[in-house]
Design a protein around this ligand. Sequence first.
Ligand SMILES: Cc1ncc(COP(=O)(O)O)c(C=O)c1O
Length: 381
Amino acid sequence: MGDPGPLGRFGEHGGRYVPESLVGACREVEEAFREAWADPAFRGQLAGLLATHVGRPTPLTPALRLSAELGSTLLLKREDLAHTGSHKINNVLGQALLAKRMGKTRLVAETGAGQHGVATATAAALFGLGATVFMGERDIERQALNVFRMRMLGAEVVPVRTGSRTLKDATSEAMRHWVGVVDEAMYCMGSVLGPSPYPWMVREFQRVIGDEARRQCATELRAAVPDYVVACVGGGSNAAGTFAGFVDTPARLIGVEAAGGAGAADGTSGVLHGTRSMFLQDENGQVTEAHSIAAGLDYPGIGPEHVHLRDLGRARYVTVSDAEVIEAVMRLARTEGIVAALESAHAVAWVLRGELPAGSTVLITLSGRGDKDISTLRELV
Ligand SMILES: Cc1ncc(COP(=O)(O)O)c(C=O)c1O
């Protein structure tokens, strides 16, 4: 999982499919990121913020009771304990710091579950930047708590009423908006999606999850590396960041998608939001709607690097149903005292299927906490 080069390609996927008006802006972001990422001062500043503002390193928690029930050793990488409640803040602080360095005054972002929006609003407040966050009307209803948090932090939340009224349409609107404000605004992408350099840059900002977990596993496990590394996949940023720490080990990498939003399992190759990747499409190439109980996984595609990892046979992508996810949230809550986000519970749900050989060691990235999902769960359990 290295540098995809100036074309931003991961095998046949990735690239930069944007209108002429955004080509220069994407190039500017790429040049700024290349320069910043090679600058120890930038890296040091980001690492400092991740320590003092986010609370990194996040712990690695042995899930003792669940491990005993399953006959395996489960370790939870606790991104739910990061400031703002999910892994999204790792990437956003990186992009916001870059925006500052580039002399930008605003951040433009899309959000599904609202976690990326909250992280963006938080970073904007911290750096004195403006923030405009696009969010589908349906997600605004089911993630009301996060909408309130974003507004409290001073962000403008723009409701998107087109199409599925979820993440796909919010992303389209946000990118359209960026075209008009490129001079002053940086697009702050929430996952390993979008035109080059975003899939690569977001993975690099999220690799802190995998790098920390690798060090932490080395002290927890006799074999130093787990047999399985499991993470949920919406666009795939927490999974990409986690996998980056283990891609050079024998660990089996497993990405868990929502059954109703499975770009890797059910998608075909196409172009959306500036990148070539796998998307749910009808026979005419029209991108179809995803359906997931987890707003953050309600996206009809997957990041291009994941397609490449799958094609290489290095990672495997599986799906779980909404019902399995609800069961997983409850079981984790009652065995470990942790209420996970519905997104993160996808990774737990796959492990709970009990298909892993007895005695396996498993790292699960818990990408976020479940506070935002309480009203959804209250109606279901
Ligand atoms: C807690 C949580 N986990 C996972 C995701 C999915 O994003 P990604 O696949 O980029 O990690 C989201 C998206 O909103 C989220 O809020």
